[in-house]
Ligand binder design. Structure first.
Ligand code: ATP
Ligand code: MG
Length: 207
């Protein structure tokens, strides 16, 4: 009888966001989930068109946001900038992204990583049942956010404890606009990219 060595699937975290800009809060989430769940890789998946944010504020071009995420993860083992949604174009739906990743790689186990605020909005996502079918949900706390997560359809999700960092991209954009420092809230390579690209300047209040 021929014996076939069972290959175990690659364990990949998909941590989606607008990343406008990526900050230490995002990196602390990604690195701790990578470690706790012994993942092979965490993709910081840059939304091409974060449709739920459209019309609420100015969103930086996807190519700029992707460049910032690339700067953020450069040289960090296990963290990768996810460009799939930018390459696919159009509005970004996690269900589509997960289908695309599964189609590309047969032996893949996906973990969808969300902060508590994103988790609370999960039922408003396009085809959210598909997200639960195709991946295991991983929720992390976010300071100031009460978790109201209903049990996902498959009843199977993780919570990973992380240091609570009260950092948000909104605050960082306001800081640049007001001329306040971003130092120690984003990594030096991200700061250099923001400056080189002249991002977030002169946008007016709460840009
Ligand atoms: P914005 O203020 O523009 O909404 P943000 O800081 O919330 O930006 P997003 O790109 O919207 O960043 O978030 C992407 C993901 O990262 C979401 O799941 C969000 O919950 C999570 N996240 C962002 N900041 C933190 C943080 N400080 N701690 C834990 N999770 C976070
Ligand atoms: Mg947000």
């Amino acid at each position: 009888m021929m014996s076939v060595q069972a290959k175990s699937p690659r364990r990949v975290g998909v941590f989606g966001g607008t990343f406008d800009p990526p900050h230490l809060g995002h990196l602390v989430v990604a690195i701790n989930v990578l470690h706790e769940l012994q993942l092979d890789e965490v993709l910081l998946m840059v939304a091409n068109d974060p449709w739920q944010k459209q019309g609420t504020r100015e969103i930086s071009p996807a190519t700029d946001r992707l460049a910032l995420v690339e700067a953020a993860v450069n040289g960090i083992s296990g963290l990768t900038a996810g460009s799939v949604e930018v390459e696919l174009g159009g509005p970004s739906y996690t269900a589509n992204t997960l289908e695309y990743l599964h189609a590309k790689e047969e032996l893949l186990e996906i973990f969808t990583i969300v902060g508590a605020d994103a988790a609370n909005g999960l039922l408003t996502w396009n085809r959210h049942e598909r997200v639960s079918e195709l991946s295991t949900l991983v929720v992390v706390d976010r300071p100031g956010v009460e978790s109201a997560l209903p049990d996902p359809a498959n009843g199977h999700w993780h919570r990973v404890e992380i240091p609570h960092l009260e950092v948000s991209s909104s605050d960082l954009r306001d800081r640049v606009n007001d001329g306040r420092p971003l130092d120690f809230l984003v990594t030096p390579p991200v700061l250099a990219e923001i400056e080189a690209r002249g991002m977030y300047r002169n946008r007016g209040a709460s840009a």
